[in-house]
Write a protein that binds this ligand. Structure first.
Ligand code: PLP
Length: 444
C-alpha cells in the first residue's frame, strides 16, 4: 500500500524511474513518448545536460536562502532575463513555486494596488467559464471549471463570470468571426456595468485556454477589445500564461500574438521546464509602484519564493531556449504537428475540431460532427484515451467534456520543443490509434 494520497485514492500510479530527451521510463522498463511534456511543462525534454550541470553547480554553491534575509545573484539574473524578454512595461517580477501560487500572488497584487491608490471598494474579479487557474482557493474561485469547484463552492469568493472565447462551439452559424468577437466583448462590458465597474479589481483570462478546453485560441481582436474595456473602466487585466506561456505557442508569451500588454501575467510550467518547481508573476510598474511608494510592503510571501536552485534551473532553461533559437522551432514544428494531426484526424467522424498554436494543440472529440454533440461525460472517453495512449507508449493530456455540453472530451498535445518531426509523427500515430481503440471500447 502507498502512504501517498494519490489523486485517485484507490489507484497507485506506475512509478517513473528515469527520463531522457522526450521519453520517460517506468518501473517495468516501458518507455513513453512525452507528448504533453507532463502538463505542458517539460519544454526542453528530460535530462538536458546543461540544465543539470547548472543545477548541480547551484546546489553546491547556494541551494536556498530565505528571502526575508537575502536575495540571490541567480534569482536577480533570472528576473533580469525575464524582464529583458517581457512585453514592454512588464518590468517587475515576483517569484513563486508554481502556477496556483502565481495566480494567488497576482490576485493579491491587484487587490493591494487598489487599496494603495485609495480604491478599497474594488473587491471583485471577473473571469470566464471553461477556464482553469489552479487549485488553491483563490485560483479555484476565479477558475470556471465547475467539476473542480463544486465541492468547494461555499468556500470560494464571488466572481463575475462571462463566456469563454470558444469559436468552435459558440459562434452562431449566421455570425461572422468579427461579430462573434464583438458579442463576447459586449457581454464583458455589460457584466462590468451590471457588477459596477468601480467594484471590479481585474479581469482574469488564459490567453490560450489549456486544460479545460484543449488549446482554445482567442479570435482576432478579442484581447485587444478586452484590453480596451479594462482601460475604459480602470480594471486590471491579468493574463494567465501558466500553461500557454514561456514559448509554448511559438512566442515567449502568447499575449505577444494578441498585440497587448496585460497589467499582470502569471507564468510557471515551462519557466523551469520541470527541472524545479517555479512560477512567477510579471507585473507592470503601474501596479507595483503605488505599493512600493505607499505601504512599501507587498502583503504576501511563501517560504520558497525566489528559491536559488529553482531560479538556476529556470535561468538555464530560458538561456538554452534563447541560445538554440527554439521559439522559431516551436512555430515550424508546431506547423508540422498541426498538418500531421489534420492529415490523420482531420476527417475522422468523431473529431470535431483540431486547434491550437505552436506546440500547444488540442483535439476535441464529438459524437456527431455535424451538430457537435459531445459524448456523454459518464462514458469517460478521455480516460479511455489516456489509458490506451499509455498502453501505446504515449503520454498526452486528455480531459473530459462537461455535463452541460459546453465542451466535448478533448486531448491536449504539448510535446517538448526539441521533439523532431519523426517524434511528432509517432505521437500522432499513437494518439490516433488510442482514439480509435478508446472509441471502440466505449461502444461495447
Ligand atoms: N493556470 C493555468 C492556466 C494552468 O493550466 C494551471 C495548471 O495546469 C494553473 C494555473 C495552476 O498551476 P499549478 O498546477 O502549477 O499550481
Amino acid at each position: 500500500m502507498s502512504h501517498i494520497i494519490h489523486r485517485a485514492l484507490r489507484t497507485v500510479p506506475l512509478k517513473a524511474v528515469s527520463a531522457q530527451g522526450i521519453t520517460i521510463t517506468d518501473e517495468h522498463g516501458k518507455t513513453y513518448l512525452d507528448g504533453s511534456g507532463g502538463a505542458a511543462v517539460s519544454c526542453l525534454g528530460h535530462g538536458h545536460p546543461e540544465v543539470l550541470a547548472t543545477l548541480h553547480a547551484q546546489i553546491d554553491k547556494l541551494a536556498y536562502a530565505h528571502t526575508s534575509f537575502f536575495t540571490s545573484e541567480v534569482s536577480e539574473a533570472l528576473a533580469d532575463n525575464l524582464v529583458a524578454h517581457a512585453p514592454a512595461g512588464m518590468d517587475r517580477v515576483y517569484f513563486v513555486s508554481g502556477g496556483s501560487e502565481a495566480i494567488e500572488a497576482a490576485l493579491k497584487l491587484a487587490r493591494q494596488y487598489f487599496v494603495e491608490i485609495g480604491q478599497p471598494e474594488r473587491t471583485l474579479f471577473v473571469a470566464r467559464r471553461q477556464s482553469y487557474h489552479g487549485n488553491t482557493l483563490g485560483a479555484l474561485a476565479v477558475g470556471g471549471n465547475e467539476w473542480r469547484r463544486r465541492q468547494f463552492a461555499p468556500l470560494l469568493m464571488d466572481v463575475g463570470r462571462v463566456a469563454p472565447c470558444y469559436e468552435y462551439r459558440d459562434r452562431r452559424a449566421d455570425e461572422s468571426q468579427d461579430d462573434y468577437t464583438k458579442r463576447l466583448l459586449a457581454e464583458i462590458e455589460t457584466t462590468f456595468q451590471q457588477l459596477g465597474p468601480e467594484r471590479i479589481i481585474g479581469f482574469v483570462a488564459e490567453t490560450v485556454v489549456g486544460a479545460t478546453a484543449g488549446a482554445l485560441e482567442p479570435t482576432p481582436g478579442y484581447f485587444k477589445g478586452v484590453r480596451a474595456l479594462c482601460d475604459r473602466y480602470g480594471i486590471l487585466l491579468i493574463a494567465d500564461e501558466v500553461m500557454c506561456g514561456m514559448g509554448r505557442t511559438g512566442t515567449l508569451h502568447a499575449v505577444e500574438q494578441e498585440g497587448i500588454v496585460p497589467d499582470l501575467m502569471t507564468i510557471a510550467k515551462g519557466l523551469g521546464g520541470g527541472y524545479q518547481p517555479i512560477g512567477a508573476v510579471l507585473a507592470t510598474s503601474k501596479v507595483v509602484d503605488p505599493i512600493s511608494q505607499g505601504s512599501g510592503l507587498f502583503q504576501h510571501g511563501h517560504t520558497y519564493i525566489g528559491h536559488p536552485t529553482a531560479a538556476a534551473a529556470a535561468l538555464a532553461v530560458q538561456q538554452v531556449i534563447q541560445r538554440d533559437g527554439l521559439l522559431p522551432q516551436v512555430l515550424s514544428r508546431g506547423a508540422y504537428l498541426r498538418a500531421a494531426l489534420n492529415d490523420r484526424l482531420g476527417t475522422h467522424a468523431q473529431v470535431g475540431d483540431i486547434r491550437g498554436r505552436g506546440l500547444f494543440m488540442g483535439v476535441e472529440l464529438v459524437r456527431d460532427r455535424a451538430d457537435k454533440t459531445p459524448f456523454d461525460p459518464a462514458l469517460k472517453l478521455h480516460s479511455h484515451i489516456k489509458a490506451q495512449a499509455m498502453r501505446n507508449g504515449l503520454l498526452v493530456y486528455p480531459m473530459g467534456g462537461t455535463i452541460d455540453g459546453q465542451t466535448g472530451d478533448h486531448v491536449l498535445i504539448a510535446p517538448p520543443f526539441i521533439a523532431t518531426e519523426d517524434d511528432l509523427d509517432q505521437i500522432v500515430d499513437r494518439l490516433a490509434n488510442a482514439i480509435d481503440t478508446a472509441l471502440l471500447s466505449i461502444k461495447e
